[in-house]
Design a protein around this ligand. Structure first.
Ligand code: SF4
Ligand code: FES
Length: 279
């Protein structure tokens, strides 16, 4: 077997000359960490005025996530006895929908089909300036810094986003036949994680994509048909009451939705709504 020219079998470690090359490579890699300027929205609460504050952060690994970069900033701020930046997060896996950040003018940053927690720093360049804001919508008031109150979504769900029939025990998978196409569409609609990016992206702050996804996931299945009329009219009424705007078909919500929910759901909800009002 040809001996490895890097490995010294007598000494049991990497040859000195080679180890110094590797050491230099590691140093070079470390030097490739990103140096960034962050313009972050700071706001004490919904009653006070907010403003952008500038922070400089260095040596950020391109492999870390956007939220890990903010964690590092907060560690530095705490070390300096300054208030850390408040931001929402939970699962950090694209599941919970908590990480609601407007980054460089786009909800969840400049990638598509991902949440902020799935955004990696390799998407930025050394020397970049990054603007970080909370969701902007009257229905989502700022709690502090980058954290907004999205309980308006919960109130819409409470108005009708459920099935109230007694389903008993777990039924056999084939007990209620569901067309494959409908099952797939219902599953796609159910992928909505309630992050609110659709509202943040929409110039009207419309919540139609969110509400239509929740209406559709039931409307497409036999279990949801029983309360279909009541559900859609109550959910739409609550959405309007809470101050969300109307849809004007710009498609911004679909373009920015991390779960790629389709605006065809809005058309389905509108059909359901007309039926509920006139049929
Ligand atoms: S429709 Fe998309 S953008 Fe809107 S809340 Fe659901 S997952 Fe988020
Ligand atoms: S923290 Fe859960 S989706 Fe980002």
């Amino acid at each position: 077997m040809k001996p490895c020219r890097w490995f010294d079998p007598d000494r049991g470690h990497i040859r000195n000359d080679q180890s110094s090359i590797i050491h230099k490579q590691i140093i070079t890699m470390e030097k490739k960490g990103l140096n960034l300027t962050l313009k972050i929205w700071r706001q004490e609460n919904a009653q006070t005025k907010g403003e952008f504050k500038t922070y400089r952060i260095g040596n950020i690994s391109p492999d870390c996530s956007f939220l890990e970069m903010l964690d590092q900033l907060n560690e530095q701020l705490v070390d300096k006895i300054e208030k850390p930046v408040c931001f929402d997060h939970d699962c950090r896996e694209g599941i919970c929908g908590m990480c609601s950040l407007f980054i460089n003018g786009r909800p969840h940053g400049n990638d598509t089909g991902i949440t902020t927690c799935q955004l990696h720093m390799r998407r930025f360049k050394d020397g970049d300036t990054i603007w970080i804001e909370p969701w902007r919508s009257a229905a989502f008031p700022v709690i502090k810094d980058l954290v907004v109150d999205r309980s308006a979504f919960d109130r819409i769900i409470r108005a009708g986003g459920y099935v109230s029939v007694n389903t008993g025990g777990v039924p056999d998978g084939n007990a209620i036949p569901v067309k494959k196409k409908n099952a797939d569409l219902a599953m796609d609609a159910a992928a909505c994680i309630g992050c609110g990016a659709c509202v943040a992206a929409c110039k009207n702050a419309s919540a139609m994509l969110f509400v239509s996804a929740k209406v559709s996931q039931f409307a497409l299945l036999p279990q949801g048909k029983l309360e279909a009329k009541e559900r859609v009219s109550k959910m739409v009424a609550r959405m309007d009451e809470l101050g969300f705007g109307n849809c004007t078909n710009t498609g911004a919500c679909e373009a920015e939705c991390p779960k790629e929910i389709k605006i065809t759901n809005i058309a389905r909800m509108n059909r359901q709504y007309y039926i509920s009002q006139f049929a």
